[in-house]
Design a protein around this ligand. Structure first.
Ligand code: RB5
Length: 146
């Protein structure tokens, strides 16, 4: 898969660890920054990743900040984006299966590196189940006409 990834300073180290992990899993990773642990504003990176997914450049996105909250709030402002802040494998699987989430948000300050990798793998390996869930997801997008 083509994956867009982005973080703020709080998620920078986690992003740098996830990228080779994802590449080893056979994915193509588009790193949209940030590029150091210097302080930055998470919305700037959330929007870049969200637009990469929205345009189809990326199949799915991954966003990492301190909690995952700011990234998820921001990404969900972009039309067509369903960003899910996942703190467990079950969250990750169900966000794909039921909500067709297209961006995974992680909280680097609240999750270990191993948890981040396990949650990311679960997200990438799960598939949308469609049917009644598709009707519900359509109702979300009806709110914004997209
Ligand atoms: C940065 O200090 C922190 O606020 C940010 O990484 C994120 O957790 C916001 O939701």
């Amino acid at each position: 898969m083509n994956l867009a990834i982005g973080s703020d300073h709080a998620g920078f180290e986690a992003k740098q660890e996830l990228i080779p992990f994802l590449t080893n899993e056979g994915h193509t990773v588009i790193d949209l920054g940030c590029n150091s642990a210097d302080s930055v504003d998470y919305p700037d990176f959330a929007v870049m990743v969200a637009k990469s997914v929205q345009s189809g450049e990326s199949d799915l996105g991954i966003l990492i900040c301190g909690t995952g909250i700011g990234m998820s709030i921001t990404a969900n402002k972009v039309l067509g984006i369903r960003a899910a802040l996942c703190t467990s494998i079950a969250h990750a699987e169900l966000s794909r299966q039921h909500n067709n989430a297209n961006i995974l948000c992680l909280g680097a300050r609240l999750q270990s590196a191993q948890e981040q990798m396990d949650i990311t793998l679960a997200f990438l390996n799960a598939e949308f189940e469609g049917q009644r869930h598709a009707r519900r997801v359509d109702k979300i997008h009806d709110l914004t006409g997209c």
